[in-house]
Design a protein. Sequence first.
Length: 239
Amino acid sequence: MQNLASENAGLPQVQIVKTAPKVAEEKLFSHRKCYLGISIDNPVFYGSSLEALLLWTAGKFDRSLVIIGDYLRRYNEHIFNGLTGPAAESAALLAGDLFLQKTSSVLRKFTEPQFQLVRWKDCLQSNEYKSSKAILDKLFTSDEAFRASVQKDALSFIKRQKKRNQPLKASSEESIEISSMYLLEEIAVFSALSEQGWNVELYPGPELRVLVEIANGNYADVPDGLKKRINVELSIGKT
């Protein structure tokens, strides 16, 4: 990666809001690698805010995994566009292609070996993911409190979309069910990444309620990767 130390003039300021679980910065930065999940519908992951976020990451960690959350979006294609199966998958992957095109001028500044770019579908192939997903699916079925927490996060997402006048192509009940599936897949990937040594997650926004509860030790039977994970909530200011 080229030297970016002098390129932050005019970029938004990035700051840590909080971590879950709560850890001192000294301990946080003793971890030398992190991952950043990119929500391709979130405008913060474009332009100067994306560049600021990656530049901040480059200054704090030796290695960073940048995960494009495109294939995960197939659940939202069902909820908002009525697409299922291969049609939803194709639409989600196309959205990922378009994201990479729109952000190429920024992403090309952050290259291997310090930065590694991966797409969501690749994260679903590991044994760690498959094991974590099976444990979470079982917990969702057997643990009423865990299931209720996931569903609360799903409901919060649907309410936010309605508030933004985003029409649903599925019923509210079905949308919550689909969104819960989204969350279980997402959390399983986080667990797998942690088991693979990527313990620190960066995200410019608040953590999911259920993941805060997991960080607080509320659910003993979650996959081991989630017990080692640290979420870092970041804020990105205006230029």
